[in-house]
Design a protein around this ligand. Structure first.
Ligand SMILES: NC(=O)c1ccc[n+]([C@@H]2O[C@H](COP(=O)([O-])OP(=O)(O)OC[C@H]3O[C@@H](n4cnc5c(N)ncnc54)[C@H](OP(=O)(O)O)[C@@H]3O)[C@@H](O)[C@H]2O)c1
Length: 258
C-alpha cells in the first residue's frame, strides 16, 4: 500500500519517522511532498522515502496525510482532490477545520479522517485524538486506525472535543519539556552533574507515566503514596501549591485552547 504525505515539518516529520520505525510502510512506498524550504529533502536524506514533486505522485496512494500549516489545508485539499484515486483516504492532522469542511474541499468520493497527534509519534508513543468522516466504510476506518495505532494510542472523540484533546495531548509535550528542564536545573542547583540530572528526570517521568497507566490509579492516589507524614515530598507539594503550579497548568491549557 502506497502512503503519501503533504508537509514534512515538525508533525509530518515525526509521523513519517514513526511510521517507518513501526514498519507500517516501507520507504519505497512512502511519497512525501514538502514545501519550499528544503525540510522534506533533508529528512529524505536521513530516512530514504520517495520525494514527490507534485500532487500527481499521490495518484497511486491509498492513504494521504496532510500535515501542512492549518491555514492552507483546505486550499491544498481542493487542489489535491483531482489527483487522488476514487476511494482515497485522506487523513488531515491540521488543527482548525472540521471534517465537513475537509470533505467539501475534497468532494464526496474521497474519505476523510481528522486526527490530532502529538510529537511523541516519532517514537511510537503518541497520543492521537481522531474523528472519522461520516461516510467512512469500516475497511477504511480499520486502515486509518491501524496506521495511527502504529504511532501510539488512538482515541475516537466527538468532534467538538478534538481541539481540546489536541491541546492537552499536542501542546503539553512542550509543558512537560519545560518541567523536565526546570527539574534538571533544580538538580544541578543541588549539586548533580547536568547530564545525570536530565537522565534521572527523564526516567522519573517515564516511570511515573507507566505506573499511572499500569495501575490505573487516580493521580492523587499515586501522589499520596509518595508523601509520607511530615516528610520531604509533602513539603515540596506545599511549595508547588504556594507557587500556583496546579493553576499554572490549568491556565496554560486554557490559553493554548483559546
Ligand atoms: N507540531 C505539533 O505538535 C502539532 C500537533 C498537532 C497537530 N499539528 C498540526 O500539524 C500541522 C503542521 O504543523 P507543524 O508543527 O509540523 O508545522 P511546520 O513545522 O511548519 O510544518 C509544516 C510543513 O508544511 C510544509 N508545506 C507548506 N506548504 C506546503 C505545500 N504546498 N506542499 C507541501 N508541504 C508544504 C512546510 O514546508 P516548508 O517549510 O518547506 O515550506 C512545512 O515543513 C499543522 O496544521 C498543525 O495544526 C501539529
Amino acid at each position: 500500500m502506497n502512503i503519501g504525505f503533504i508537509g514534512a515539518g515538525h508533525m509530518g516529520g515525526a509521523m513519517i519517522e514513526g511510521l517507518l520505525k513501526a514498519e507500517a510502510v516501507a520507504p519505497n512506498h512512502l511519497y512525501v511532498k514538502g514545501g519550499s524550504s528544503g525540510t522534506a529533502e533533508k529528512l529524505q536524506r536521513k530516512l530514504g522515502f520517495q520525494l514527490a514533486d507534485d500532487y500527481a505522485a499521490f495518484q497511486e496512494c491509498k492513504v494521504v496525510f496532510i500535515a501542512t500549516g492549518a491555514n492552507i489545508v483546505l486550499s491544498i485539499l481542493k487542489e489535491l482532490s483531482p489527483f487522488l484515486g476514487k476511494d482515497c483516504l485522506v487523513i488531515s492532522v491540521a488543527a482548525g477545520h472540521t471534517v465537513a469542511q475537509a470533505q467539501e474541499a475534497l468532494g464526496s468520493e474521497k474519505y476523510v479522517v481528522h486526527a490530532i497527534p502529538n510529537t511523541p509519534v516519532s517514537v511510537n508513543e503518541g497520543m492521537i485524538g481522531v474523528v472519522y468522516g461520516s461516510n467512512l466504510p469500516e475497511a477504511e476506518k480499520e486502515t486509518a486506525k491501524e496506521l495511527l495505532e502504529s504511532l501510539g494510542k488512538v482515541t475516537e472523540v466527538p468532534e467538538h472535543l478534538l481541539a481540546t484533546v489536541g491541546t492537552v495531548a499536542g501542546c503539553s509535550p512542550a509543558f512537560v519539556d519545560i518541567f523536565m528542564e526546570a527539574l534538571g536545573d533544580a538538580g544541578v542547583m543541588e549539586g548533580l552533574p547536568r547530564a545525570l540530572a536530565y537522565e534521572i528526570v527523564e526516567q522519573m517521568v517515564l516511570g511515573s507515566a507507566r505506573l499511572a497507566i499500569e495501575t490505573g490509579k487516580h493521580p492523587g492516589e499515586l501522589k499520596d503514596g509518595v508523601t509520607s507524614p511530615g516528610g520531604s515530598t509533602i513539603k515540596g507539594v506545599a511549595a508547588l501549591e504556594k507557587n500556583g503550579f496546579r493553576y499554572a497548568l490549568i491556565d496554560a491549557v486554557k490559553q493554548a485552547n483559546s
